[in-house]
Design a protein. Structure first.
Length: 104
């Protein structure tokens, strides 16, 4: 299970990464250095940096806000599909009831 980090830790790591970037030949090297200092996986730090770049509009991709909205809309869509299925089943049931001859 992924380890959750405090927002303060994340922002500190991102700030340290930005400060260390000019001193290293690549982002990977800077991530390894800062990750080692803070006890964070370089891949985790790289992911955070990538997410920050996307959210800031510096890199192509879906922003965090858009991703949250997409997830919400997908959940809503699934709920509406279930409701439609229930309504279709109910309409079939009541249509059959109307077609039956009454015995009085």
């Amino acid at each position: 299970m992924p380890k959750k980090f405090e927002p303060e830790m994340k922002s500190r790591a991102l700030r340290m990464f930005a400060e260390a970037l000019p001193d290293h030949p690549s982002k990977t090297e800077a991530a390894k250095h800062v990750g080692g200092l803070l006890g964070i996986s370089p891949e985790t730090l790289r992911t955070w940096v990538r997410r920050e770049e996307i959210d800031a509009g510096l890199a192509p991709g879906i922003t965090s806000e858009a991703e949250i909205e997409i997830r919400r809309l997908k959940r809503e869509n699934a709920e509406l599909r279930k409701a439609n299925e229930i309504l279709k089943a109910a309409s079939v049931f009541f249509a059959k009831e109307l077609d039956r001859p009454t015995t009085r």
